[in-house]
Every structure is written in structure tokens, then in C-alpha cells.
Design a protein around this ligand. Sequence first.
Ligand code: SAH
Length: 378
Amino acid sequence: MPGAHAELGRQEILLWLREEDPERLEILWDLADRVRREHVGDQVHLRGLIEFSNYCVRACAYCGIRAENRGLVRYRMSGDEIVAAAADAARLGYGTVVLQSGEDPFYDGPGIASIVRRIKEATGLAVTLSLGERSEQDLTLWRAAGADRYLLRFETSNRRLYDAIHPARRPGSESDRFRILRALRAIGYEVGSGVMVGIPGQTWEDLADDLLAFRDLDLDMIGVGPYVPHPDTPLASAAGAAGGVPHTPEATYRVIALARLLCPDANIPSTTALATLDPAEGRERGLRRGANVLMPNVTPMRYRRLYEIYPEKACLSETPSDARASELPTSGRSVEGRIRAIGRVVGAGPGGSANARKRSPQACAAPQASPRRPRRIP
Ligand code: SAH
């Protein structure tokens, strides 16, 4: 159900997105933090991220592991390696593993289904998949095998911009991530999506529409990070052009805070891209401005630096050790230490979406006319 600020209109969203006054922004951070506390509490859920293949058939103009990038050593983890990494994550105290990869058909439907089944049997962990645009048949198979959640960012709701940065796989075919997101919901996944902030050519209006799309899609998870230019991609030369949305932590915090107001029950990570651009404070600031999830990297070290979707990823020096104790770069503090230092606690269990729990089949079929109290932001 919509929360107190879920009624925010496009004009109001735009004003906040463009806001630069630090004192006014404090109001936004406080509101987002309050809504976060009221709706999803003080627990910070940790997800162990396993990046199991950097092969990709696509040509996304922003992404360093795009097929055309020949300068990259490619790797694929075997099923055994993936299951072992998940077992490590379980032993180290994680409640969820996220399996992410380039769009790599080498792992076919039954292959991924078998890996999911093995992880569920061996660990009981919640399993999130983030494998790009796959057929409904595959998505259905994986859900039946026990996968709980699926992440697929729509990257931008501006169709023209999307087509420019995310070409279809074959001429004549169309990439429609909104269609896939609807299918994921129908299949019964907890559904996550999100965008990059500061894509060359992106406008504040685009971001306002992105935020409204988060609400319309009734997302369970919302991942928002700054665009980080990768030198070996076509988009990098356009980065930083005057006039558009800047690819900065500051712009990203505003989007995260507004996402929390619009989707109060969603799980929202403080992303690695944010920590990459603001290594000292990015994770904490994200958590204090609406986010409630962290995704430490548990990919085996020998593969990790090869999963270079953008350069200097913040996780490269983090070791896959105890979920709570593992060191994050630059601070010398453990994950748990950093979470406690901002008055929060490490989440227990799988940390499923409060939004999904609230969404009963009945409520989906016929939204109730519950009394809403639209509170306007001062
Ligand atoms: N192949 C999967 C997983 C991609 S990586 C997919 O396409 O869904 C996950 C996310 O990383 C992408 O959705 C994108 O939003 C983000 N990403 C990719 N390149 C990036 C870059 N240069 N800067 C910031 N984020 C990037």
C-alpha cells in the first residue's frame, strides 16, 4: 500500500531532484530516513553477490563487459564453483545470495535451474537472480527451481535514450524490460529494478518518470547507482557533457531518498557504484538517506576484478570473509562496525521484501479504497 509520501507528484519530484540547497536537502534526507525506519526498520540486510560470468552477448553502450570489448579476459564459473561460493556465503552469515552475470546463454535454462536447486538444497539461502533478459520459459523454470527474486534494471524509462544505450540483440527484435518485469511479477518473483543516474543524455524529467515508474511497478527492490564511465565503452566519451544530469553521488542520493518516499516498503540497496564514487561515506550516506540493504561482493578474488562493468569498483579490495566482519575499503571498519556506527543493526534471515509480504492476491486484484493521508513535504 502507498505510504504517507507515495502521493508525491511529478512537479514536486522534479523540484527535489533539482534541489541543491544543503539545508533544504537535509529535510529530504530526514524524511527518507524516517519513512525508511517506519516501514522497513533499522535492520540492514546483507546480500552476498556472486558475479559468476563476464561473458555477454549484448552491446550496452555503458557497460564494460559488453560483447565488443575485446580487451577483457573472460571467465565462467562452473556450477560447482558457484554452489561452493554460495555455501561460503551461507557459512559466513549471509541470508541471501545474488547470482549475477553478463547475458550469457552458455548457462541455459536447465543449467541455471540445477544450480539454483543445488544452492537451495545445500544452504536454504534466499536466491536472487540477475542474469539479464531471458525467456519467460527460463524465468518460469528458475522460479520453480526455487529462485526467490529477480533483478532487472530498466536503466531509464526514456525509450529513445534506452534504445541508444541498450541496442536490441538482433535487428528487428526489441528489448522490452518493462514487459519482462511484468512477467516476473506474474511468475511470482520478488521483483527488483532500477536505473543509473547521470547517463549521458538523461534529463531530470527522465528521472522523475523513472521514479514514478518504480511506484507504478510496485517494485520490491530498487537499485539506483550513479553511471560510472568505462573508458572502453562508446558512451564514455559523452560523459560529463554540460546540461544533463550529473553522474554524481549527490544526484544519486536524491533519487534514492525519493524512491524511499514513493515506495516506502521496498528493499533499497546502498549500491557499490555509489561507494565507488564516494568511497569514504557513500555506503553510509545511502543508508541514511533511504537505503536498507548492502550487497558485499563474495565473488572469488581471482574472478572479481574481471567483472568490470565500470572501473575501480569499490569491492575489489573487500575479502569474502564473515559477512559482518568483512572489511570494506578505506575505513578499516567491518561491515557490521559501519552499520552499528550509524545506529543500525545487521539484518537477520533472508530479509524478504515487506512490500511483497503486504501484496496479497486479493489486494492485487482489487486495490482497497483505504484512507490515504497525503502529507506534503514542507
Ligand atoms: N547482465 C545483467 C547484469 C548487469 S550488471 C543485466 O543486464 O541486467 C547490473 C547493473 O550494473 C546494470 O543493470 C547497470 O544498471 C549497472 N551498470 C552497468 N554498467 C554500468 C556503469 N558503467 N556504471 C554504473 N552502473 C553500471
